[in-house]
Design a protein around this ligand. Structure first.
Ligand code: CAA
Length: 258
């Protein structure tokens, strides 16, 4: 399928989606977000795909929502049309693992979109920020909610109120990203990480994602109960049998199709 604002490749069991509006530093407009929804839905359905990578260009993951597109919106337009809610959060419906690979700017809606990924790997040139206040609005895609959960209130407030951009090293130190790698090796490294996950049983990867996301929506005891149900339900499945027998037989497990 051809997209106008995305580039899409498949590497074995891994889909790589690149945001592609280079002239606008991948500013997120309606068409791009609609296409992103379509691409996620397609890979979610495709049994050959186990992991999805979302990335941008070397200069920008995404510099935010498209300011030129929204500059004249009124409250009525945004509310009636459910701006952002309508087409930004498809990524949250994806049950397979989604890794964000961030190079360059991830600002405003770009940082918010990155935070909707399951985890982030950053190039050493990455810069994260929530500068919405400078263009006269609050964040609109989870910046005031996911950011404090990810890095704590003090750092989040600092970023949201001062618009200070943090670099990759600080983002790793405070837990916004899981690893930092040289920018020119970012895609290579993230593909290797994704290929590793893709060798695991996709059914279990999806359950782990489900459990971790539940941790942010429920109490600890409810979350642990939920996890335990899935743990119990895993016994007798082909993935459990293969994983445990392979360990005891001192061979590599083969989770193909599991
Ligand atoms: N929307 C639309 N166009 C954007 C854009 C955005 N968010 N960010 C960058 N661009 C465009 C610029 O207008 C420019 O276009 P022209 O060449 O046609 O003038 C092009 O991308 C290159 O940008 P710069 O010349 O500014 O590049 P730079 O290297 O000097 O600066 C930058 C890079 C610091 C990222 C700067 O572009 C910038 O500050 N961008 C805006 C960041 C921002 O405010 N993001 C938040 C948007 S609001 C939001 O996201 C709401 C929400 O929560 C959902």
């Amino acid at each position: 399928m051809e997209y106008q604002d995305l580039l899409v490749e498949v590497h074995d069991k891994v889909a790589l989606i690149r945001l592609n509006r280079p002239k606008a530093l991948n500013a997120l407009n309606d068409n791009m977000m609609n296409e992103l929804g379509e691409a996620f839905a397609k890979f979610e359905k495709d049994p050959a795909i186990h992991v999805i990578i979302l990335t941008g260009s070397e200069k920008a993951f995404a510099a935010g929502a498209d300011i030129a597109a929204m500059k004249d919106y009124t409250y009525q337009d945004t509310h009636r049309d459910n701006y952002i809610g309508r087409n930004w959060e498809h990524i949250l419906k994806v049950r397979k693992p989604v890794i964000g690979a961030v190079s360059g700017f991830a600002l405003g809606g770009g940082c918010e979109l990155a935070m909707m990924c399951d985890f982030l790997v950053a190039g050493d040139n990455a810069k994260f920020g929530q500068p919405e206040i400078k263009v006269g609005v609050t964040p609109g895609a989870g910046g005031t909610q996911r950011l404090p959960r990810a890095i704590g209130k003090a750092k989040a407030m600092d970023m949201l109120l001062t618009t200070r951009m943090i670099d990759a090293a600080e983002a790793e130190r405070i837990g916004l990203v899981s690893r930092v790698v040289p920018a020119d090796k970012l895609i290579e490294e993230v593909l290797e990480i994704a290929q590793g996950i893709a060798q695991m049983p996709v059914s279990v990867a999806m359950q782990i994602k489900d459990c971790v996301n539940r941790a942010f929506e429920t109490t600890l005891s409810e979350g642990v109960n939920y996890e335990r149900r899935l743990f119990h339900a895993g016994f007798g499945t082909p993935a459990q049998r293969e994983g445990m027998y392979a360990f005891l037989e001192k061979r590599l497990p083969n989770f193909e199709g599991l």
